[in-house]
Design a protein around this ligand. Sequence first.
Ligand SMILES: [Zn+2]
Length: 101
Amino acid sequence: MTGNGWHDHVAAPGADESWAPLAKAARHAAVSLGYPAAPCLPGEPEGATCDHGYADHALAYLVALKAIADRAIALLAPPPGLADDLYAGVAAELAGWDGRA
Ligand SMILES: [Zn+2]
């Protein structure tokens, strides 16, 4: 889907499809954590698709995961700074990862 501005970089032929594995994995993770994500990715059963592309879905599912993680971390109530320190370590590990197939 085009026209939203933020993801014009996926307008090139085949670019949106490069986000398919991340969209599917993020949805699987969200559903596994209890978030009710509909099966509406491109190419899914007739009548179920919502006309948004893989990049749109990847963003929506990742935002859901972020909200789930924020909520779960708040419920765990770790000591001040611990979650931030752990986050910084994971972010450093992901420095070369681009999320696409
Ligand atoms: Zn959808």
